[in-house]
Design a protein around this ligand. Structure first.
Ligand SMILES: Nc1ncnc2c1ncn2[C@@H]1O[C@H](COP(=O)(O)OP(=O)(O)OP(=O)(O)O)[C@@H](O)[C@H]1O
Length: 249
C-alpha cells in the first residue's frame, strides 16, 4: 500500500461537507481513475492529498508516514507529484529548462552553484542536462527541446507537465485531466507513458471525463458522488451502475 485516506471530511462551508467520511487505500504500481460530475470535489480531493488544503477530520498516510498536516513541498519531497488541469509551466523558459527546474535539488542549489568556477558549475549542471535530454526522448519532446512553452502545442505542454512530474522524482502522480482538449495522437502517447510508469512501480491517480481513456489504462475506477467514493473494477460495471447513470443524466 502506498497511500491511505481514513475518514476524511472536508467542506468549504459548515452546512454540508463536500467530502464526507472518505476512506480508501491505493497499491503501489496501480492506476486509478477518479470520475464524478462537475463540482463533485475531485480537484478538492487532489488538493487534500497534495496538502494545499487540510481536512476537518481524518488522516492521510503515505508510505507509512502520517502526512495530514505536512505542507505541499514536504509531501512533494516524499514523492507525491501532480499536474494541474490548466498547465503550469514557465513560459519564458525552454522545454529543457522547465525539466531541469523540476529536478530535485536544482532550485535550492542554484545560487550556490552559480558561485562555483565556470567549469565546476558546468560539471554539476551536466548530469541534470543529460537527464533532461533522456526525458525529452521518452516524452516525445526531442524536436522541441529548445523551444519556449508558447511555441509548443497544447498536447506537448501536457506531455511536458507529466515529464516534469517524473523529473521531480514522484512515486505517486496525481494527474488532473491530462488528456483533456488534446489531439488523439498525444492521448495515445500519454496512455503509453502511463502504462510504462505503472510498470516501473509508480502509482497513478488521474481525474478524467473521457471514459475511453479510462478504460484503456485504469485498474480501478473511483467514483465521487455526493461526498462519497464508490470503487468499480472496470468500465463495464461502472457504466451499468444506477447511481452513475443518475449522476450523469
Ligand atoms: N476555494 C473554494 N472556496 C469555496 N468553494 C470552492 C473552492 N474551491 C472549490 N469550491 C467548490 O467546491 C466544489 C468542488 O470543486 P472541485 O473543483 O473540487 O470539483 P471538481 O469535481 O474537480 O469539478 P470539475 O470537474 O468541474 O473540475 C465546487 O462546487 C466548487 O465551486
Amino acid at each position: 500500500m502506498i497511500i491511505s485516506l481514513k475518514n476524511i471530511v472536508f467542506g468549504f462551508n459548515a452546512t454540508k461537507p463536500l467530502l464526507d467520511n472518505i476512506t480508501f487505500s491505493m497499491e503501489k504500481g496501480s492506476v486509478y481513475a477518479l470520475l464524478g460530475s462537475n463540482g463533485a470535489g475531485k480537484t478538492t480531493l487532489f488538493n487534500l492529498i497534495t496538502g494545499f488544503i487540510r481536512p476537518a477530520h481524518g488522516e492521510i498516510v503515505f508510505n507509512t508516514e502520517k502526512i495530514t498536516s505536512l505542507p505541499p513541498f514536504q509531501r512533494n519531497r516524499m514523492g507525491i507529484g501532480r499536474t494541474f488541469q490548466h498547465v503550469r509551466l514557465i513560459g519564458r523558459l525552454t522545454v529543457l529548462e522547465n525539466l531541469i527546474l523540476a529536478m530535485p535539488g536544482n532550485k535550492t542549489d542554484h545560487w550556490g552553484k552559480a558561485l562555483l568556477p565556470g567549469f565546476l558549475y558546468r560539471a554539476s549542471y551536466r548530469p541534470l542536462q543529460e537527464k533532461a535530454y533522456e526525458l525529452c526522448e521518452r516524452f516525445f519532446l526531442s524536436q522541441v527541446k529548445h523551444a519556449r512553452i508558447a511555441e509548443i502545442s497544447y498536447g506537448q505542454q501536457k506531455l511536458l507537465s507529466l515529464a516534469c512530474c517524473v523529473a521531480n522524482g514522484a512515486s505517486m502522480l496525481l494527474l488532473d485531466e491530462v488528456v483533456a482538449g488534446i489531439q488523439p495522437e498525444y492521448r495515445r502517447k500519454i496512455a503509453m507513458i502511463i502504462r510504462q510508469l505503472k510498470e516501473e512501480g509508480k502509482t497513478i491517480f488521474f481525474i478524467e471525463h473521457n471514459i475511453e481513456f479510462v478504460s484503456e489504462i485504469a485498474d480501478s475506477i473511483f467514483f465521487l458522488h455526493e461526498g462519497k467514493i464508490t470503487v468499480f473494477k472496470n468500465v463495464e460495471v461502472f457504466r451499468k451502475d444506477k447511481q452513475v447513470m443518475d449522476a450523469y443524466t
